[in-house]
Design a protein around this ligand. Structure first.
Ligand SMILES: [Zn+2]
Ligand SMILES: [Zn+2]
Ligand SMILES: [Zn+2]
Ligand SMILES: [Zn+2]
Length: 379
């Protein structure tokens, strides 16, 4: 039986991400593509609760809904601080989630084009660095917009604007612009397309995935070690598609609420907050998996690098649309694996890909499997 759960996978982008309403992007990293071009999110809504720096886009999902009509187009944006230290202190304060919605008939994506002159809606300027609303400008050249001082300073000092700004030397500017592009990319998470596929049923493990995480977890069950049941369930479940980075499981309206796949028994949220706008229940919409960490250019050797077990996103079950509000906040709930450091080792589950690409030797694979096993035992 199909599970009805959509799994998300990372894919190399084959085209630029544009606000095309017939094919609105779902993606990892890069700058946000705003559903509402007139009202991009303001940076003040996404400051980290620990370091106060602007968070960056982790991913955005186009997830339209039938009810109410105002949610005909609907995007969910998930942001986080790039500093792993902040996550260690409080993951709750290091993530933010917002949804943005538009009805089918709206002024931004008119059905008839071109519009008569003067009828095009306003498009807001965007920050050169972060992609949030760019209400500030470089006071010298007036040709770059910024969301805040943090981004302006980054552009000036790190991304070569100090040398590009008002520079008449065309040849030099051309070279510097190349360096600028690279440095601006480094400010964000690497950009990928997010593609989805329905989760396969339990008995259909794909042929090439039979080398075998599920066998490994069975091994664990045979040992006399008391292993967290939730962890085993988690590992077994994702073995159906080991490279999944996201699970989307929104159930609707009259159906029973869906549950995230928790990574351990402890620290499950006991109470889910209600929607701050309409008071409806917030329900589970999707969760990100530890495998996503593999794609974020994280320095694994750094003890303070970004890390998580899973992050579950809850949004208003009614898809409410308060008047004159462009971004409605949702909630995230977090779990590390109960054993510190296991998150990274857990990523070894991605070895299937690495084996296929010939990246790992047999010895290395065995070593990783042993590490995983020890990690579970010491739990
Ligand atoms: Zn922070
Ligand atoms: Zn900015
Ligand atoms: Zn300038
Ligand atoms: Zn609501």
């Amino acid at each position: 039986m199909a599970t009805g759960i959509q799994l998300g996978f990372v894919s190399k982008p084959e085209r630029p991400f544009l606000p095309d309403i017939d094919d609105f992007p779902s993606k990892i990293g890069g700058k946000p593509v705003w559903l509402n071009p007139e009202f991009p999110l303001d940076v003040e809504s996404v400051r980290c609760g620990i370091c106060n720096k602007p968070m960056v886009l982790l991913l955005q999902i186009y997830a339209p809904e039938d009810v109410p009509a105002e949610a005909y187009h609907r995007c969910v944006y998930l942001f986080c601080c790039k500093n792993g230290k902040c996550h260690k202190e409080s993951q709750e304060k290091s993530f933010k989630v917002y949804r943005s919605q538009l009805p089918k008939v709206n002024k931004y994506y008119p059905e008839q084009l071109p519009l008569p002159a003067g009828q095009y809606p306003k498009v807001a300027p965007l920050c050169k660095v972060s992609g949030y609303l760019g209400s500030k400008q470089c006071s010298k050249c007036k040709s770059e917009n910024y969301s805040c001082k943090d981004c302006q300073i980054y552009h000036w000092n790190n991304a070569y604007h100090k040398r590009i700004c008002c520079n008449d030397n065309e040849k030099e500017t051309l070279i510097l612009k190349q360096l600028e592009i690279k440095t601006l990319e480094d400010y964000l998470f690497p950009e990928y397309e997010l593609v989805s596929e329905e989760e396969p049923p339990s008995n259909v493990l794909k042929e090439n995935e039979k080398f075998d995480i599920s066998k490994f977890t069975n091994d664990c069950e045979d040992t006399e070690v008391d292993v967290d049941k939730a962890f085993l369930k988690f590992e077994k479940r994702i073995a159906r598609e080991p490279s999944q980075i996201l699970r989307y499981a929104r159930l609707h309206y009259n159906q029973e609420d869906s549950e995230p796949l928790w990574v351990c028994q402890d620290n499950k949220p006991t109470e889910i907050k209600n929607c701050p706008y309409c008071g409806s229940k917030c329900t589970f919409e999707f969760q990100i998996m530890p495998q996503l960490l593999n794609y974020l250019n994280i320095d694994d050797k750094n003890v303070d690098s970004l890390d998580w077990g899973t992050v579950a996103v809850y949004t208003c079950n009614a898809n409410c649309q308060p008047k004159d509000k462009h971004y409605m906040e949702g909630f995230t709930y977090h779990q590390y694996f109960s054993n510190d450091g296991l998150n990274k080792r857990f990523k070894a589950i991605d070895i299937k890909q690495k084996i296929e690409s010939g990246e790992l030797t047999k010895e290395e694979i065995e070593k990783i499997m042993k590490l995983k096993k020890d990690a579970v035992k010491s739990d």
